[in-house]
Ligand binder design. Structure first.
Ligand code: F6R
Length: 606
């Protein structure tokens, strides 16, 4: 979400920053901007939309300087527009920011009370005001003082017109690197932006504040203690670095999931109080009082919705219907002002989902969306939006968008259940503990990617797969089958395990891989019997089981394991194996994993 860059040296910084921004564009392209120190002032150019708009603007209205900063935006706070574009400037200062300032509303109110006026809707603008307010001649000290008031995540790079010979960079939970040059230095969100100029990098850590001049780099903590960070030599080529060293965006996004789940939970889980901290706008909708909730979505988002039904009905006991948007919109659905409508969409632009939202609106239902892309069409048309915070998803096959949707739905389910008194404080705490453990459990599973590849190699020649799951694992079976179809082009279908005897068992033979998701949970024993039936017909079973489950491991050609954990956490872990399996099969087949044939990332037509 957002790419940032800074340059200080003897060259014309505008060219360098433009080139860097073009390499950062995958991080967002809602708007772009550049600020430079020039003759005791700061010159600023910003443009709504893609980087090309900024480049055209600068070609007709040039700026020049040797010290500058740039930004390419993926909108979070405030819709994409020129005024919300970065750099945000106030007085002698300008900053670019990647992250979310969580207490920005509170800080903004305080600043307004002290006479500050704001020109944007961004959370970033408060930071530049705080810096200006704290400034007493020492630029780095002003940034340090300002950041002490700020809660949330940030990578920032700041300029001050009084100090054209330095830039200040700071990091808290958003990536930031410094690249060392010869009588010039660079700061950027990632290595890709500046790999053309340097191979020597310093990776800043949380709490670091760096004062960078053309010839020096000094790093301090928030209490002004000096810190040494190693300089690392990076051998990546430019193209690979765009994917942060991963061969494909999809693989990178699979690996990002533990961090993205952490981001989805950040500030929303108040473990000590045993409650979910939900946006006021969402809370005000009082979905827990609705007679029924109607979830509508497409593809992977629909699968998240199916799991949402299990979670909300299990915990909050509110009836939930889930529909594929393209079906819902044409069947004269029954929806009333007593219903709550939930649209789930990564892009926020899916035409069918949006059409259903409009139908629900016409019938007077309250509308909540669960989306990733800030200020896209569906959030703008909703009464409130729960943002998943997955950052831009570039791989066409959705991975981190899915698990962050699940994380969002779990939080909502617990919130509704708590408000209705369906779960007590102790059980809520137990659930929140279980949620907190998910990222590290995911990390551990991702370490077994090589094992998954070995299994994938054995399955390359199969021309059809069957995925089975029950209860919370049925939506995961559907999602696993979808991932396989999308990127390997091999047919796959998913069934609830209990449906086997009603037809699909006829498919079983020694050539059909059956992927069974069967960790220990409330339906484990039923699933076990279904598996014995597959085994008795010589089926090839690849299973996902709880660690130590010898029984299922014995009947499986291969068993992947997940740790013992609450049933509601299991889908987060089991789906990783299915994403990796699809990825490795597709890769071994030589397919274009990131841009599978016939697909597009955002389906804006019917
Ligand atoms: C599958 C995939 C699609 C999307 C679907 C909905 O990997 O990406 O099935 O999930 O097109 O898109 P959004 O969530 O943007 O509405």
């Amino acid at each position: 979400m957002c790419g940032i860059i800074g340059y200080i040296g003897n060259r014309d910084c505008v060219q360098i920053i433009q080139a860097g921004l073009s390499r950062l564009a995958y991080r967002g392209y809602d708007s772009a901007g550049i600020a430079v120190c020039h003759e005791g002032d700061i010159d600023l150019r910003r443009a709504h939309g893609k980087l090309e708009n900024l480049i055209s603007l600068i070609s007709v209205d040039p700026i020049r300087g040797n010290t500058g900063i740039g930004h390419t935006r993926w909108a979070t706070h405030g819709r994409p527009s020129e005024s919300n574009a970065h750099p945000q400037k106030y007085g002698k200062f300008a900053i670019v920011h990647n992250g979310i300032i969580e207490n920005y509303l509170e800080l903004r109110q305080e600043l307004i009370a002290r006479g500050h006026q704001f020109t944007s809707e961004t959370d970033t603008e408060i930071v530049v005001h705080l810096i200006a307010e704290a400034y007493e001649g020492d630029f780095a000290q002003a940034v340090r003082k300002a950041l002490k008031n700020v809660r949330g995540s940030y990578a920032i790079v700041a300029l001050c017109a009084d100090h054209p010979d330095e830039i200040i960079a700071a990091r808290q939970q958003s990536p930031l690197i410094i690249a060392k040059g010869d009588a010039e230095n660079f700061v950027a969100s990632d290595v890709a932006a500046v790999l053309a100029y340097s191979r020597q990098f310093i990776f800043l850590d949380d709490g670091d504040i760096a004062r960078v001049t053309a010839n020096t780099i000094e790093i301090f903590d928030l209490d002004n203690r000096k810190i040494d960070r190693p300089v690392k030599e990076i051998q990546w080529n430019l193209a690979a670095a765009e994917k942060q060293g991963y061969p494909h965006y999809m693989l990178k996004e699979i690996y990002e999931q533990p961090q993205k789940i952490t981001d989805t939970f950040r500030g929303r889980i108040l473990e000590d109080e045993g409650i979910i901290n939900i946006d006021e706008a969402i809370d005000k909708l009082e979905f827990e009082k609705c007679h029924r909730l109607q979830i509508v979505a497409c593809g992977t988002s629909y699968h998240a919705g199916l799991l949402g039904k299990y979670l909300i009905e299990k915990l909050a006991r509110i009836p939930v219907d889930v529909d594929v948007a393209s079906e819902y919109r044409y069947r004269n659905p029954i929806i009333t002002p007593n219903d709550g409508f939930i649209a789930i969409s990564q892009s926020g632009e899916t035409a069918d989902t949006y059409a259903c939202l409009k139908i629900a609106r016409e019938h007077g239902a309250k509308i909540l969306s669960i989306c990733n892309v800030m200020d896209s069409t569906i959030p703008r048309a909703s009464d409130a939006t729960f943002y998943t915070r997955a950052d831009p998803e570039i791989g066409v096959a959705s991975t981190k968008a899915f698990t962050t949707q699940l994380a969002s739905l779990i939080l909502l389910a617990i919130h509704f259940a708590r408000k209705l008194g369906m779960i007590d404080a102790d059980y809520t705490r137990h659930l929140l503990n279980a949620l907190r453990a998910i990222p590290s459990q995911m990390e551990a599973i991702l370490e077994s990617s090589d094992d998954v590849r070995l299994v994938a190699r054995k399955l390359l020649r199969a021309n059809s797969f069957l995925y089975l799951g029950r209860n919370v694992h049925y939506p995961i079976a559907l999602e696993g089958a979808l991932k396989l179809k999308e990127i390997t082009y091999i047919h796959a279908e998913a069934y609830p395990s209990g449906e086997m005897k009603h037809g699909p068992i006829a498919l079983i033979d020694d050539r059909l891989p059956v992927i069974v998701i069967a960790p220990k949970n409330s339906t484990y024993e039923k699933t076990l019997s279904n598996l014995q039936e597959v085994k008795a017909r010589n089926g090839r079973i690849i299973s996902i089981v709880t660690e130590g489950d010898d029984m299922l491991t014995r009947v499986s050609e291969h068993a992947f394991t997940i740790p013992e954990c609450d049933e509601i956490v299991q889908p987060f872990l089991s789906v990783l194996y299915l994403q990796l399996l699809a990825y490795h099969i597709a890769d071994l087949l030589g397919n274009d994993v990131d841009q599978p044939r016939n697909l597009a990332k955002s389906v804006t037509v019917e």
